[in-house]
Design a protein around this ligand. Structure first.
Ligand code: GLU
Length: 494
């Protein structure tokens, strides 16, 4: 029977969950969900100087926001825990001892300054800046003496001087590394902590990870991992190195390119499903054409075989476009809730969300239709409906609400006040009649009315807007303010 598929996401908690990490987590998760395997979350927190609890919490939150649930890991006990590397030090110690007994590793007493000097000399001699392995040549006596004197030391793995280490990467194909170019690398730091290269191998092996799917920035580490797997007698997993993610300038995606943290996208109104959909397209494609996928469709369609090796370019415009597509598919109820949450969080003046309000908001959202592409847009669009006066955009007032149209609106207001039934059709009739009587285009009145009602010059059908706002508010908006006669915005409030 084939091994149960076990994949993992192994973030170092030194910052927020960003696009690259989230994409790695997603590909692992999709694969596990697709084949019915296990998705493990392991926190690689052995870099004590850089790991923070805040980052751990941020990463967990980001994963939860994306809906990438893990089967084992923090807060989800499993048979292979603990899932924080800082709680697994005994394992690393045990395996380092084993390697020491077999003399596959050795203590290195060189100070950081000495190592820097050795590497400078290597560069000066035209070689790669690799540690020259001098501590590996110390006699047993010398080692015992130095250990006895309490000197600080690291532990280095003795890499072969000849031959090649071959990585059969499932995405990149065969990658050959010359062993003579691999320096004797550190597996344990002088503070007793394992290095990433060592801990990752021990943990992947002990946790029975079958597929290692991670960013291609780790390709250069992989020959070291393979050598350690061999030295420790562990079975090699399959390796998949995902293509790099670039910014629009074709440089590796970073903060310089704008939002890169998952929580920033959340704040911008990107939906988790849209984010997942977009992240999936960073390196994977079903058929080179289909771009919209629901979460379920992604699980069904995903295959590691269709992950490419070419770098993927992060395109915020495409993310927004996909987000709008996902937003359109939400129910009105969900849109109302999401919009309300933002209005509330932004301190906008909205009453408690009861059934009536939800109904009213739903009607406005429906009227705006595709004009609202995400929750924040919805919140800002609905804001004026809950204020006595909206914010009037000077440019809109200047263009459409100069003296004449403003005066015309007052007549419309009088007619609105006395109309028997207040509804979109009646308001439209009034506006068109007035236009005809005055011999002007109905559009000039419509534009003026829109600015008076909303403060801006774009909106859906203005008559339907009137109906939604209700007679009282419409009259307040038309009559409550005067616009300056030189057309420069507001003059007074009556
Ligand atoms: N902790 C490593 C990182 O965050 C994990 C790399 C791996 O998946 O092996 O880059």
């Amino acid at each position: 029977m084939a091994d149960e598929v076990r994949v993992r996401f192994a973030p170092s908690p030194t910052g927020n969950l960003h696009v690259g990490g989230a994409r790695t987590a997603l590909f692992n998760w999709l694969y596990a969900r697709k084949v019915g395997g296990k998705f493990i979350l392991r926190v690689e927190d052995t870099d004590q100087g850089r790991s923070t609890l805040d980052s751990v919490l941020g990463i967990l939150k980001g994963m939860q926001w994306l809906g990438l649930d893990w089967d084992e890991g923090p807060e989800v006990p499993g048979d292979y825990g603990p899932y924080f590397q800082s709680e697994r030090l005994d394992h690393y110690r045990g395996y380092a001892d084993q390697l020491m007994e077999k003399q596959l590793v050795y203590p290195c007493f060189c100070t950081p300054e000495e190592i820097a000097r050795i590497k400078d000399e290597q560069v000066a001699a035209g070689n790669d800046p690799n540690y020259d392995g001098r501590c590996g040549c110390l006699s047993q006596d010398q080692v015992s003496k130095m250990l006895g004197s309490g000197m600080d030391y690291t532990i280095r793995f003795r890499t072969p001087d000849t031959g090649e280490t071959i990585l059969y990467d499932q995405i990149r194909g065969k990658v050959v590394f010359r062993n003579d170019l691999l320096e004797d690398f550190v597996i344990r730091k002088s503070d007793g902590m394992p290095t990433y290269n060592f801990a990752v191998v021990v943990d992947d092996a002990l946790m029975n990870i079958t597929h290692v799917i991670r960013g291609d920035d780790h390709i250069s580490n992989t020959p070291r991992h393979i050598l350690l797997y061999q030295a420790l007698g562990f079975k090699l997993p399959k390796f998949f190195h995902l293509p790099m993610i670039l910014g629009s300038d074709k440089l590796r995606l970073s903060k310089r390119h704008g939002a890169v943290s998952v929580h920033e996208f959340d704040k911008m109104g990107i939906l988790p499903d849209a984010m997942l959909n977009y992240l999936a397209l960073l390196g994977w494609s079903l058929d080179g054409k289909t771009e919209f996928f629901t979460r379920k469709q992604l699980i069904k369609a995903f295959s590691l075989k269709r992950v490419g090796s070419n770098p993927a370019v992060f395109d915020p415009a495409k993310l927004n476009w996909l987000n709008a597509s996902h937003f359109m598919k939400l129910s009105v109820h969900d849109k109302v809730e999401g919009v309300y949450d933002i209005m509330y969080a932004e301190g906008m003046d909205v009453p408690d969300l009861d059934e009536d309000l939800a109904h009213q908001m739903g009607k406005i959202i429906k009227l705006y239709g595709k004009r609202i592409k995400n929750f924040p847009e919805g919140a800002w669009t609905l804001k004026p409906f809950f204020e006595t006066y909206p914010e009037y955009l000077t440019a809109a007032v200047t263009e459409h609400l100069t003296d004449e149209p403003a005066a015309r609106l007052q007549v419309i207001a009088d007619r609105i006040e006395t109309m028997e039934v207040f509804c979109a059709e009646e308001v439209e009739d009034v506006v068109r009649e007035q236009a005809q009587e005055e011999g002007v285009e109905a559009a000039t009145i419509i534009h003026a009315l829109r600015v008076a009602l909303l403060g801006c010059s774009v909106s859906p059908d203005v008559f339907k807007l009137c109906e939604l706002m209700g007679r009282e508010l419409v009259l307040i908006r038309i009559r409550g303010r005067q616009w300056s006669s030189d057309g420069h915005g507001l003059k007074t409030e009556i």
